[in-house]
Design a protein around this ligand. Structure first.
Ligand code: FAD
Length: 324
């Protein structure tokens, strides 16, 4: 095989598109491979009501802004449209439906990229395959005794099938809290099962997106970030300790140690405060059928003790595995 030239970028999500566009701009030969049959496939697979919680004007890729007409909080389908347009405007021609299966060192110090459509020899490879593509359902004891359907958030699309049902949402990340609100909108009774109470932040304060605080603190040490973020919550979010979501003393340290991301409030604070969403302890097991089957019925969730927590390495219904 001839010696490789140029750069091969794997994945046509935000990172892959931005990287490939920068290489094109610099006059470098680049190829972009995407296993799905469309650009922005990770977003296309998410729930219908998904909106970015990062503000539009800080969510675009280098070179082309997200159009103002998409609003402050960009909807899923608008984002996909933007990513497609971005590829076109940047002169990218992603090869869709090509999966990279293996990458090996070539003899000439480049790389051999093995795909399901043959082998490519290239000089450089950029992996932009994303961080949350593989759903992980915890291996809960007794799960098989649960008399109804259990759905991972990656497979959840819209709430109509849950109207009037008793639903347990496991997790307290942004997907879990947004899905909880989605379910409320069709009259479901929603319980949020929380293992590690997350930090909670408003999406914006006095009209300023909270993302700006994150950017301002990007290089600050934990000793500065922790009190500032805790104070931001104290002044902008009511105390939800009585409802089961206590304030976090060191939110940044908690995030670094456990991977528990802050919730960006898009309505969950009011819903919990008003008792419309009930907060329960971590789900550690299912105790078998109780009564007639209901969708996502929670038979019983046991309060986890320290030992359970140590042995419970699973994620909640949505996020990646814990870092601890
Ligand atoms: C529910 C949810 C909400 C989010 N909200 C926000 C938000 O508001 N703001 C924000 O900035 N971020 C948000 N994120 C994070 C978001 O996922 C990232 O910002 C962004 O999608 C990361 O882009 P990426 O290019 O790294 O990965 P992805 O968008 O996941 O793209 C990776 C691409 O690589 C492709 N791929 C994977 N493996 C292969 C392979 N072997 N061969 C070929 N192609 C492959 C995939 O098909 C995919 O298209 C959210 C994430 C989730 C899950």
């Amino acid at each position: 095989m001839e010696a490789g030239v140029g750069t091969l970028v794997v994945g046509a999500g935000s990172a892959g598109l931005a990287t490939a566009a920068a290489l094109v701009k610099a006059g470098q030969p680049v190829s972009l491979l995407e296993k799905a049959d469309q650009i922005g496939a990770s977003w296309a697979g998410r729930y219908d009501s998904l909106h970015l919680h990062t503000v539009r004007w800080l969510s675009g890729l280098p070179g082309f802004r997200i159009p103002r007409s998409y609003g402050r909080w960009v909807a899923r389908d608008d984002l996909i449209h933007y990513l497609r347009e971005y590829a076109e405007l940047s002169g990218l021609r992603p090869e869709l439906g090509v999966t990279v299966e293996r990458i090996e060192r070539a003899e000439d110090s480049g790389w051999l990229v093995v795909t399901d459509r043959g082998v490519r020899a290239v000089r450089r490879v950029v992996l932009a395959t994303g961080g949350s593509h593989t759903p992980r359902l915890p291996d809960w004891p007794g799960l098989e005794t649960f008399p109804s359907e259990v759905v991972h958030s990656a497979d959840y699309r819209e709430p109509s099938a849950y109207a009037g049902r008793d639903v347990l949402v496991v997790g307290a990340g942004n997907s879990a809290t947004e899905i909880a609100l989605d379910l409320l909108s069709v009259g479901a009774t929603v319980t949020l099962s929380v293992r590690t109470p997350p930090s909670i932040l408003r999406r914006e304060i006095l009209g300023l997106p909270i993302q700006l605080l994150g950017l301002a603190l990007i290089k600050a040490p934990p000793g500065v970030i922790n009190p500032l973020v805790a104070a931001t919550r104290r002044v902008s979010v009511p105390d939800l300790s009585a409802q089961g979501l206590p304030r976090i003393r060191n939110p940044y340290t908690q995030f670094k140690e456990t991977g528990t991301v802050p919730i960006i409030d898009s309505g969950i604070v009011a819903a919990v405060r008003l008792g419309r969403v009930r907060v329960a302890a971590a789900t550690v097991s299912f105790d078998g059928p109780a009564g007639s089957p209901k969708r996502w019925q929670h038979s019983r969730t046991r309060r986890s003790d320290r030992r359970d927590r140590l042995h419970d390495r699973s994620c909640a219904a949505c996020g990646p595995p814990r870092r601890a």
